[in-house]
Design a protein around this ligand. Structure first.
Ligand code: SF4
Length: 440
């Protein structure tokens, strides 16, 4: 649990020597409480202070690495609007050792890419479930899936097979899931040896808490929880109960969640995956690759896992669409990423070669930026000149968003000789605007 500045000050030497850069130990303690300083900046901090403050600075939900690059957990809040969520859930797809054309399936999962608002989104892991008793076939399936290079989630029928499979995926990294309560400790050892995470499943939250406590006592703490539930309503409730408990410093619940969606009905998948994205899921395993569903959930995830205090924004500047030259039209909009990608996509879709000007609008949308005084005629004119377009363009035509038609006069004053054209209000109407206006 986070300590207050006064609680931290009691652990400091209280000599006010200023070597940490603060005038007093109390001032330094306040910085530590606000996570604006680190204890190592005080050369006189005692071992007791290091131990207590180190534990207190751990996030209530443990951060674990799934594979080499992907973190899950590390969350501090129940609601995104309290600050932000930090580490987005991994979306994984399940395959089975009885699947036909397994290699092709694995390749499809590996090769699926969605580009949205400038981000490249992929499927983060592959789960391999043992469907039959033949361990050799399961291990073959694991080897095939491992060729993808993605982290794997191992769901074997018994500990012996799971341990053999774990040794095969050291390079990939991933998660090993216990099949029954009794084999959790044995699999924790295998996870530790092979650099994997342990997915703890159980029949009740109490049983899961009991297992995680024992695993932690045994010296292993890279854990995800498989929350047991009979219905979506119960899952929503239990996920919330477990996360509230974690934030209330119940350490046995202080982990992110691993959820396998078993029912492959598309609406069930959509409901369950939506619940997990919104309610604290760490790893969500889809029953099969359905790109329509996955792309929908990727879009939702992208929206939930952004900082609500920071709009996603583009660098201000001038962007090329196609192969523009001195005879191309110049368009202007704000540097809100979504606006940029919608507008640029529509202009490109019309076959236009164009310059797209994005002044600094703090990532706000057109009307919001205009209402906040950050997208006015004078600043647009100055920005266009600063980008050199007044010198280089023979076609001095600037297209402005239809929603801010009222700034046309101000731009004309700032850009003598330019033809200011009021474009469509919505990006979706750009094509009809181009056909009706520019192609004449
Ligand atoms: S360096 Fe340590 S002892 Fe000195 S003022 Fe800072 S916190 Fe206090």
């Amino acid at each position: 649990m986070a300590l207050t500045g006064l609680q931290i000050q009691k652990l400091l030497p209280k000599t006010n020597c200023k070597e940490c850069g603060s005038n007093t130990c109390l001032a330094f303690a306040m910085k530590l409480a606000g996570k604006k300083a680190e204890l190592s900046e005080c050369p006189y901090a005692s071992e007791e202070a290091k131990a207590i403050l180190g534990a207190a600075s751990e996030p209530p939900v443990k951060t674990v690495m799934v594979g080499k690059d992907t973190k899950v957990g590390g969350e501090l809040h129940l609601y995104r609007h309290e600050k932000t969520f930090f580490n987005q859930p991994i979306l994984a797809v399940n395959v089975g050792d009885t699947d036909e054309a397994l290699k092709e399936k694995v390749d499809q999962i590996k090769n699926y890419v969605l580009e949205r608002v400038g981000e490249i989104l992929t499927i983060g892991a592959i789960a391999v479930t043992q469907m039959q008793d033949d361990s050799a076939k399961y291990l073959d399936a694991v080897k095939t899936a491992a060729e993808s290079g993605r982290p794997l989630i191992l769901r074997a029928k018994n500990a012996a097979t799971a341990k053999e499979a774990a040794a095969l995926i050291k390079e990939n990294g991933g998660i090993i899931v216990n099949s029954v309560k009794e084999n959790a400790l044995e699999l924790a050892e295998a996870a530790k040896e092979n650099g994997l995470v342990l997915g703890v499943t159980g029949t009740t939250l109490d049983e899961i808490a009991e297992i995680t406590a024992k695993v932690k006592e045994g010296g292993f703490n890279d854990i995800l929880l498989g929350i047991p539930a009979d219905s979506l309503a119960q899952r929503f409730q239990l996920n919330t109960v477990a996360r509230r408990a974690a934030l209330g410093n119940i350490k046995a619940m202080g982990y992110s969640f691993l959820h396998f969606i078993e029912d492959d009905d598309i609406y069930s998948v959509l409901r369950e995956a939506t619940n997990e994205v919104c309610k604290y899921g760490g790893v969500i395993v889809f029953p099969k690759l359905d790109v329509a569903l996955i792309s929908t959930i990727m879009t939702l995830r992208q929206n939930i896992y952004t900082d609500p205090q920071k709009p996603i924004q583009m660098e201000p500047g001038i962007y090329k669409i196609g192969e523009p030259n001195e005879n191309s039209y110049v368009w202007v909009t704000t540097n809100f990423s979504l606006t940029y990608f919608l507008v640029s996509g529509e202009i490109e879709g019309c076959g236009q070669n164009a310059w797209l000007l994005l002044p600094e609008c703090e990532g706000l949308s057109v009307l919001t930026a205009w209402a906040a005084g950050k997208f006015g005629g004078d600043m647009i004119a100055k920005f266009l000149i600063s980008q050199g377009l007044d010198d280089t363009q023979k076609n001095k035509s600037l297209i402005i968003p239809g929603y801010v038609a009222q700034i046309k006069g101000d731009i004309e004053e700032g850009l003598p000789g330019w033809n200011i054209i009021v474009g469509s209000q919505e990006a979706g109407d750009i094509e009809s605007f181009v056909n009706a206006t520019l192609s004449k």
